[in-house]
Design a protein around this ligand. Sequence first.
Ligand code: PXL
Length: 256
Amino acid sequence: MAVGVTPPVVLSVAGTDSSGGAGIAADLTTFAALGAYGTVAVTAVTAQNTTGVQQVYPLPAEFVAQQLDSVLNDLPVAAVKTGMLADPKIIAIVGNYAAAGKLPNLVIDPVMVSSTGDSLLDHGAENLYLELLEHSTTTTPNRWEAQMLCNAGGLHSFEALGELCGGCLVITGESTGIDRVFHNKNKTLLQGQEIDTSNDHGTGCTFSAAIASNLAHRVEPLEAIIKAKEFVRERIMDSANWNIGNGRGPVSHVLA
Ligand code: PXL
């Protein structure tokens, strides 16, 4: 067997999902599938399954900071993605690290609600996200999250939100399978097809983790987004007929 080359390191700042489909589990498997080495700073532990979120236990913000220090002080992190940040103090901590330039190629998935409709962010914390977005390379809200961010910031259009973001803004799922990207005052529509499945638990996490992996491999942001969208489409197709749990099942991350 040939000796391997060192993979780029990606950091996931996100919550756990006991059902294994979203959050840290989705991120680490996606990083592995795309040839990146995954590290984590856990923000919250959730008790959930495919039918819903039963309980959320945010970790102390200082402990999230300690995990960030432990990873960043040793490993050569090439890209970072944030998922569920759970509470305002954790968003503020991540914002401080981003402002200090410690979070390279930052992909922000502004997680607010789960695919089952359960809240994953303290109410009122949306406006703290707006400061964090200035430091992002790519931000990946779905259209409801994009609307909540606009409402929190008194922004009257998705274009205005795009201008506030540091890099690309991708608004996912605006209509069947189509995503809209705002970048440098340009707008690009990414076409897609609707896939007939209820197995979509964790697709948002997989998408942002794939973008971060591609950025870590030095792919340019727009291309990183396009490739990630194709990756997610393939993964959803692969698990479209899986039967795991009674609710919205997970997507396949690594099996081909
Ligand atoms: O898909 C959003 C998300 C992110 N992070 C965690 C989650 C979920 C959805 O369930 O559980 C931990």
